[in-house]
Design a binder for this molecule. Structure first.
Ligand SMILES: Cc1ncc(COP(=O)(O)O)c(C=O)c1O
Length: 428
């Protein structure tokens, strides 16, 4: 638990400070950096110990060889293990999600892989929803089985098995190590009920007294519009490359949760070396200051753009979370766990790949690039780009059609984005 210091105050009198307020100062003591208002960049690989005894004490704590003293702070050792930019970023990152602790990684994939390798062992079977991001799909389909770690899949598309069915099958095959969920799912925006996952996980306590952990990839809506830990999840994962970074200029990942669980992941991160570098951490501290402004602006713009596309005769379907049918089970999940539809969604153009490509090739403003959550609008074709690793029959099953296009709406003037889409649709 971080020690309570003035720069870690969460209240003024009775007033609990909002996360957007805390993004400018939380976790940083200017007194340790010549009074600099902003966190300096600690571009260093290693740190000088005052004495050999101090070095010994720092290592004992970092390697868990003894308990942390009541007034003791972890000492700085080596930037694969810790660094002030990382530590301050990790403290700030906990605030939106209400997490006890967090860790930052060199990418979202590094966060996912390191977390899975921390909690899964050969012989384990874990359960995940589908669709998921193509890179994660490749990890669980191709890489983890080489280490004896298998999976069972559940989904909300027609013919998919339910979470309960997948859990039963997984438990018959081995220890169920975790339930991994991407919600909303990339690229279809399918939703999974996080609280229901936690309830199901609680029924599967193994002989070691442990139940499967519920791990949520919250990249699409977090941390502003969905807080999975508050719905019963154990760990939250981010590609910080997306909304948190927010300027399409960094690659980073995060893992948030209780001190105990995050502590275990930290041990694995230190060994694998999937730690974030100080410069990117410093850039992310800057990004966090405007996170609410950016996500709010993009969310407002996305509604205009989604409404334009929905009314367009050349568009068959818009998978925007704001359009979920009243009274549908998806809408009930949305209302329970999401605070906004966010600003990334897919739509299906009338036709197939040729029509989709024609639209993509005629855009002037919206950038044809993978990724999402940046200040600029980005557009891509999941079936041949982010999800091209997924076998074709599986793509069809999960609803990723050749006509599907994914759009991440940025913070430009929404009428400009609409004008660009409009002229490109005319060319289709
Ligand atoms: C939902 C989701 N999770 C994880 C990742 C992987 O993140 P990164 O590219 O930062 O490794 C992505 C990347 O697009 C993503 O969309």
């Amino acid at each position: 638990m971080p020690i309570e210091k003035p720069y870690r105050h969460k209240k003024i009198g009775d007033r609990v400070l909002a996360p957007e307020t805390q993004m400018m100062g939380y976790g940083y003591d200017p007194g340790l950096s010549e009074g600099a208002v902003k966190v300096p960049l600690f571009q260093t690989s290693t740190f000088v110990f005052k004495t050999a005894e101090q070095g010994k004490a720092f290592f004992e704590l970092a390697y868990g060889l003894r308990e942390q003293g009541p007034t003791e702070e972890p000492g700085l050792i080596y930037s694969r293990i810790n660094n002030p930019d990382l530590q301050i970023l990790e403290e700030r990152l906990t605030l939106w999600d209400g997490a006890e602790a967090s860790l930052v990684f060199s990418s979202g994939m590094a966060a996912i892989a390191t977390t899975m390798l921390t909690f899964l062992r050969p012989g384990d079977v874990f359960v995940h929803n589908e669709p998921i991001y193509g890179g994660t799909e490749h990890l669980v389909e191709t890489v983890l089985p080489q280490f004896g770690i298998e999976r069972e899949v559940f989904g909300s598309f027609p013919g998919a098995q339910t979470l309960e069915e997948a859990m039963k099958k997984a438990a018959a095959r081995g220890r169920v190590g975790l339930i991994f969920v991407e919600t909303p799912a990339n690229p279809t925006n399918d939703l999974v009920d996080i609280a229901a996952c936690a309830e199901v996980a609680a029924k599967y306590v193994g002989p070691d007294g442990r139940r499967p952990l519920v791990v949520i990839d919250n990249t699409f809506l977090g941390p502003l519009w969905q807080q999975p830990l508050q719905c019963g999840a154990d760990l939250v994962i981010y590609s910080l490359t997306k909304y948190v970074g927010g300027h399409s200029d960094v690659v980073a990942g995060g893992c948030l949760g209780s001190e105990g669980l995050v502590g275990q992941v930290k041990g694995m991160r230190g060994v694998l070396g999937t730690t974030l570098d100080p410069h990117t951490a410093w850039l992310l501290l800057r990004s966090l200051e405007t996170l609410k402004l950016r996500m709010t602006s993009a969310m407002k713009n996305a509604r205009y753009v989604a409404e334009f596309l929905q009314d367009h005769p050349k568009v068959d379907k818009v998978h925007y979370l704001g359009f979920l049918a009243e009274g549908s089970p998806e809408r009930a999940i949305f209302q329970r766990q999401c605070k906004s539809p966010g600003s990334t969604f897919s739509f299906e153009i009338h036709g197939g790949e040729a029509e989709a490509f024609r639209l993509l090739n005629h855009l002037h403003l919206v950038r044809l690039a993978v990724s999402l959550g940046g200040t600029e609008s980005l557009i891509q074709h999941p079936a041949t780009m982010t999800h091209s690793d997924v076998p074709e029959d599986r793509l069809r099953m999960i609803g990723v059609t050749p006509a599907m296009i994914r759009l991440s709406v940025g913070i430009e003037h929404p009428e400009d984005v609409i004008a660009d889409l409009k002229q490109a649709l005319e060319a289709v």
